[in-house]
Design a protein around this ligand. Structure first.
Ligand code: NDP
Length: 323
């Protein structure tokens, strides 16, 4: 038995429920490897797990995404060996210095991607792949609206889409507007503005083809009003709270709109899907030369501070926890 450090919650609540604790680690079991984390990705889903918006079995170690080095392999493992560098996005307990992990969730990091870049981009990049390639592939001439356009997911979604089409971003400050423009937005609007009216104006009065909405409660109505007939309301997050119920008739009256609420788990859980999405992400990084924008770094012990920053809209790009 060895010991690792981890961020644990025993009850749901604010950042103050996060405790830096010692965690016992048994040797890796069948189909598992021992990982020493080198970089941990912070994601808004970690906030939902902490608050209880998404249910968690307590006590729980927070976090879903990290990169690390394989230090030992368990019985029956022949796809990975000691010294391999891997990343994952679908496991709990990522806020830890070391952990055992099932090889079925791990993906090898290409030689030309650093551990920190992998931890910064893997979950967010797979989410962008899901939204742009799987949920509703876009035509070249379609204009899209992206909320939280200086945030983590947006930092890969916008450059990816901007290579082929036109993007309008929504942000909460002028400083974030500059970031969104750098990422590739043709037009940026403040969330305090009349977003739907600005989107209609930008799209020649017609409305946008797709609204990618991660803000949720406070943005859903503006997203619906920004859409062209038969446009897609892709609601994929709840940063401001869950979206209120939307009646089917509202979709009809908006112009036969289509609403979907995708979750990455349903697109990248099966191994073939995970491998396909990862391959697409690494290929995109190679072709575009994109470096994920890392806006801030915190020590693992200071993860509560990182949550405070994310929840109070102070972050831009990705946030890394250093184990
Ligand atoms: P971000 O870095 O995008 O941070 C969230 C951003 O949301 C903030 O920076 C802020 O941008 C905006 N925001 C608007 N209203 C609020 C509010 N009331 N409180 C806090 N933030 C607010 O986070 P991530 O990149 O980690 O995640 C982005 C979104 O994508 C999240 O909603 C997350 O749940 C979702 N997601 C969904 C997945 C899925 O499978 N469905 C997978 C991964 C992520 P601004 O200040 O510019 O408004």
């Amino acid at each position: 038995m060895s010991t690792a450090k981890a961020i644990q919650i025993k009850a749901h609540g604010g950042p103050e429920v996060m405790e830096y604790v010692d965690m016992d680690l048994s040797p890796p079991g069948p189909g598992e490897v021992r990982l020493r984390h080198t970089a941990i990705g912070l994601n808004f889903i970690d906030v939902y797990m902490r608050t209880g918006l998404y249910p968690a079995k307590l006590p729980a170690i927070l976090g879903r995404e990290a990169a690390g080095l394989v230090e030992a392999v368990g019985p029956g493992v022949n796809t990975l060996k000691s010294g391999d560098r891997v990343v994952y996005s679908g496991l709990g307990a990522a806020y830890s210095t070391e952990r055992n992990a099932s090889v079925s969730s791990l993906v090898q990091i290409p030689d030309d991607v650093t551990d920190e870049q992998a931890a910064a981009i893997f979950l967010k990049g797979l989410t962008a792949w899901m939204l742009l390639s799987e949920v509703r592939p876009l035509q070249a001439d379609e204009q899209i609206l992206v909320w939280a356009a200086a945030g983590g997911v947006a930092s890969v979604l916008i450059p990816r889409r901007a290579m082929a089409g036109r993007v309008m971003g929504v942000v909460s400050s002028d400083e974030k507007a500059a970031v969104a423009t750098q990422l590739g937005c043709e037009e940026v609007v403040l969330a305090s503005d009349d977003v739907a009216a600005r989107a209609r104006e930008w799209s020649g009065g017609r409305g946008v083809a797709v609204a990618y909405d991660s803000v949720g409660k406070t943005s859903a109505e503006a997203s619906l009003n920004a859409l062209r007939p038969r446009g897609w309301f892709v609601s994929y997050g709840n940063a401001s709270g869950p979206v209120d119920p939307i009646a089917p008739l509202r979709l009809s009256q908006g112009g036969s709109l289509i609403m979907t609420r995708p979750g990455l788990h349903h697109f990248a859980h099966e191994r073939p899907d995970l491998e396909r999405g990862s391959a697409a992400l690494w290929a995109f990084l190679r072709e575009s030369g994109l470096e994920m924008r890392i806006g801030q770094r915190f020590g693992l012990a200071d993860a509560a501070e990182a949550h405070r920053a994310l929840e109070s809209r102070q972050t831009t790009g990705a946030t890394i926890l250093q184990p």
